[in-house]
Design a protein around this ligand. Structure first.
Ligand code: PLP
Length: 299
């Protein structure tokens, strides 16, 4: 049985109960974060908590919680559940009040919830499935105008993901005004002539911690990167397309709207980046690194 955290208490997840009047339940009024854990270490924790703090600021939900408080909760979850490779889900809502009322409560008592789930270990050598890549479709982005906030209101993302599944594809790349932005739960990259290209940060996409990491890792290895707008039609001419997230790391898209991308398998730049990613994780496992010039990698 998994041990979770709810409002100051560690308890079996089945016993973690939230009132029906919680604003997270009634309005989707909350934000979340997903942090990967490798070899018992929180990966790029500082960046995840900074983004969580940004999300909280954006929804005007004040919370007295330091980086160390968050780290203590996460480490306790790792320990209680004896999981070394995992993802930790953190969620904060504006809390429960006696009435359903759109107005913000003047003195909010947020609901803080955290749980841990096992994460299949990504291997030093890519599997057949990794090399095969996934298929995606493109669709109009029907989400709101503040996709930079990691809000728990994910109905549009779920509908768009389901649309892909019902077309026999794995995911949907979201397009606004002819410009591709990201996928339903990951950031978007393409490779053209050896250059790694990703859409620039804006209110229409999430500032992915993995996106940042991939850009940093590429620069460390002398691979050119560019942050610029990606027209939907250009994606079909890409040499490679990838989706990135904390749980997927870097996943190649080898078929888009039934068009084969590259030669239909994971491309050479993906392979280079996969190796760099796994090498860095291996160093983390061996305890050789804790941080880098860009800041904290693990805590
Ligand atoms: C919409 C969206 N974009 C991008 C990402 C990738 O973010 P990260 O790399 O921080 O996991 C996610 C992750 O959940 C997401 O939901």
């Amino acid at each position: 049985m998994s041990i979770a955290y709810l409002n100051g208490q560690f308890l079996p997840i089945e016993e973690a109960k939230v009132p029906a009047l919680d604003r997270g339940f009634l309005f989707g009024d909350g934000v979340y974060e997903v942090v990967p854990v490798y070899a018992g270490k929180l990966f790029r924790f500082k960046q995840h908590i900074e983004r969580l703090e940004n999300s909280l600021r954006s929804i005007r939900l004040p919370l007295e919680q330091t980086l160390q408080n968050w780290a203590d909760i996460c480490h306790q979850l790792i320990k209680s559940n004896r999981l070394d490779n995992a993802t930790i889900y953190l969620q904060i809502t504006r809390g429960a009040y006696p009435e359903r009322n759109h107005d913000f409560p003047s003195n909010p008592t947020p609901t803080i919830f955290a749980m841990i789930s096992p994460l299949p270990e990504i291997q030093p050598q890519p599997s057949k499935e990794d090399l095969q890549g996934i298929s995606a479709i493109t669709a109009e982005d029907i989400r709101w105008q503040r996709c930079d906030i990691k809000a728990i209101t994910l109905l549009a993302n779920c509908l768009l993901k389901q649309q892909a599944l019902e077309c026999g594809a794995n995911d949907t790349i979201l397009v606004r005004n002819g410009v591709a932005l990201e996928a339903t739960s990951s950031n978007l990259f393409m490779v053209r002539d050896g250059v790694i290209i990703t859409p620039p940060l804006s209110e229409h996409l999430l500032s992915g911690v993995t996106r940042d990491f991939v850009l940093w890792l590429a620069e460390q290895h002398g691979i050119l990167t560019e942050q610029r707008s990606v027209p939907e039609h250009e994606l079909l001419q890409a040499d490679e397309i990838w989706l990135t997230s904390s749980t997927k790391e870097i996943r190649p898209v080898t078929r888009l709207n039934d068009v084969i991308i590259g030669d239909g398998t994971a491309g050479p730049v993906w392979r280079q980046m996969y190796d760099h990613y796994q090498q860095l994780k291996a160093q983390l496992y061996r305890g050789e690194i804790d941080s880098n010039s860009e800041g904290e990698i693990a805590l």
